[in-house]
Ligand binder design. Structure first.
Ligand code: PLP
Length: 425
């Protein structure tokens, strides 16, 4: 399988990310270590920017994919707004220097205090997911003497043909307001004194690898916009969410610019060419830009299975355990002298679900460094402290140089907020 852009093997130095040796990074900073290519992030963004050239638009990076401050800064400095889903993400977003008006707030369970804080800083838009949430937001905004800018997230009932856990646009998913209830909900929102309707929103799922679900969803959303505006509620922007897939296992999603060429053509044909477009891509901006480096601790050949035990685990990289997701795993310094055999690459966590890859043909020995590819999205941001394992360090590479953008978490960092009981009597 080919390597993602900005990664390649050099004869002596092994696997490189831009101009930096991954082996050297692992030696100097230890493992597990997440390493990202700034050029890869910016190239992924450039594909979207190319697609939208000359159009009024805002690319709101869905920061849940990877919310490390330096990654946010990289995207914000290159022109992105941000899509957030919690008060914590709002504080991160502000710390990364984004203008609050370029932040949109998604998610089904916003609390009153999160709403208050977002209104206080002047957030760009709330993507509201239920009638009950609309009412609470109205109340909170009126209490502050403000009007909350709102979009309603519509569930277009489109099958994104992706893993059930990352499909969000079907009737049975918890997200968005059902298609049939949308008109009434807009009429209600428009009548609320604490709300100002600014847009419509949808997001149909993640790791989508074809254009068709987007084209279907767009038709449904545009039908709704026509109906809502006919009923007298103007819609200033249309937000088509995120969801574009990346190549994990030979997947062939459309390029962002090619996808948007098709979608914008549909918008033009249907007479919405002048409308401001928002999108919320996450994975497709950062997923292929990162790797997780891990050291082989022990080899444990068995009767039926051979286990390659590494120092990264499900707490660092939860996607395989959570969604049976596939990540390519490659040696950082390939062994040309040894023959490969099939290994299950597993972590040290006390769960049988703690695996990173199954039946991988690898020529490895204890002490070798492996790279888990396409680990830029939904890995570090989903990492946990399970088994009191400190979260990994992170490095951002830029050409021949790099910056440590997150230090390795120590045991003390993990229990800093806990208290011991008073001495036993
Ligand atoms: N927008 C919303 C509302 C989401 O829930 C998500 C992901 O779950 C995204 C955007 C980003 O999706 P992706 O990372 O697949 O682009």
């Amino acid at each position: 399988m080919p390597l993602p852009p900005f990664f390649d093997y050099q004869k002596e130095r092994g696997l490189m990310i831009e101009g930096v040796s991954l082996q050297q990074l692992a030696q100097k900073h230890g493992t597990p270590l997440f390493v990202y290519s700034k050029a890869a992030v910016l190239a992924a963004l450039a594909a979207y920017q190319k697609g939208f050239a000359g159009r009024e638009h805002l690319i709101c990076y869905a920061m849940k994919a990877n919310s490390t401050l330096a990654i946010l800064q990289t995207l914000v400095r290159a022109g992105c707004g941000l899509d957030i889903v919690s008060g914590g993400e709002l504080e991160r977003a502000l710390s990364a220097g984004v203008a609050p008006t370029r932040v949109i707030f998604s998610g089904v369970g916003k609390t009153r205090s999160e709403m208050r804080r977002a209104l206080e800083v002047g957030i760009g838009c709330f993507n509201v997911e239920s009638r009950a949430e609309l009412d609470v937001l109205n109340e909170v905004a009126m209490g502050m003497g403000l009007q909350a800018p709102v979009s309603i997230r519509v569930n277009p009932n489109v099958d994104a043909k992706t893993h059930p856990y990352i499909s969000t646009g079907l009737k049975d998913n918890k997200f968005g307001i059902a298609h049939e209830e949308v008109l009434d909900t807009y009429a209600h929102a428009a009548a609320c004194k604490g709300l100002r309707v600014v847009g419509i929103d949808c997001h149909i799922g993640s790791q989508i690898t074809s254009a068709e679900p987007y084209l279907d969803a767009m038709d449904r959303i545009l039908d709704l916009v026509e109906a809502i505006e006919l009923a007298g509620v103007p819609i200033a922007h249309i937000d088509f969410g995120g969801g574009l897939g990346i190549d994990y296992a030979g997947d062939t999603p459309p390029q962002a610019d090619a996808l948007w060429a098709r979608l914008l053509q549909k918008l033009d044909t249907r007479g919405f060419g002048q409308r401001k477009i928002l999108i919320e891509p996450g994975r497709s901006l950062v997923g292929n830009a990162g790797v997780c480096l891990t050291e082989v601790l022990y080899l444990k050949p068995g009767e039926h299975k051979h286990f390659c035990i590494v120092d990264a685990a499900m707490n660092d990289l939860p996607r395989p355990a959570m969604y049976q997701a596939f990540h390519q795993i490659v040696p950082v310094q390939p062994r040309l002298d040894a023959s490969a055999q099939a290994w299950d690459v597993v972590g040290p966590v006390c769960e049988s679900g703690d695996w990173l890859g199954r039946d991988r043909e690898l020529a490895v020995q204890a002490g070798d460094c492996l790279a888990v590819l396409s680990a830029g999205a939904y890995c570090m941001s989903m990492a946990s402290n399970y088994n009191t394992r400190g979260r990994a360090a992170e490095v951002l590479v830029d050409g021949e140089t790099y910056t440590v953008i997150r230090a390795r978490e120590s045991a003390e960092d993990q229990f800093r907020l806990e208290s011991l009981l008073p001495p036993a009597r």
